[in-house]
Design a protein around this ligand. Sequence first.
Ligand code: S6P
Ligand code: ZN
Length: 196
Amino acid sequence: MPTYAVPPIDPMSIRLEGTDRLVPEGPVLTRRLSDLEGLFAREDLRAAGAAGEDPIVYTVSSSPVPELPRELPQSITTIRPGTIGGEFHMTKGHQHPDPQGEIYLGLRGVGGLLMFDGQDTRWIDMSEGVIGYIPPGWAHRSVNVGDEDYSFLAVYPGSAGHDYQWVLDHGMGRRVMSSAGGHELVAYTAPTTSQG
Ligand code: S6P
Ligand code: ZN
């Protein structure tokens, strides 16, 4: 057994409870519209919603495995259905400051994995049983394009970290909008506070 500056945690069993929670459970995050400033194209509509009922957009239930180097934390993200100005509910999106890959496994509903490396955009349709692979260097955001909850399991290196500012500065290349056919990816536009 090697020696470590910070000893790894003990082996453990983690159970999926339904499709929304990991048990035993670690930190749980709740992201409301008020937490998503500057991300949707229609910032005015987001701000109005945040000032009103401020609905939950997504939750993240993590296992107790810590975000520390060499560990492999997991979490389940559940995005509620809905749109803001025609743009589907989505996660904030982030880059890993320590460039590390990550895998997502679809558990329920229909969604997508939007990735952007600063130049190219990629989209993976996600549903139950689909593994989406995020290579190092690609910012990633999840989108619920259905009319029920979309949930997925994420497994990522504990040193990866979350850089949310990168997405605010660079966008994600495309926006995912509701369309007659379901959803469409359109060119990225900076958030606006008024229509047109
Ligand atoms: C962590 C992983 C996910 C997201 C979660 C919420 O590396 O990619 O657990 O943190 O889907 O997204 P965000 O962009 O708000 O962190
Ligand atoms: Zn990530």
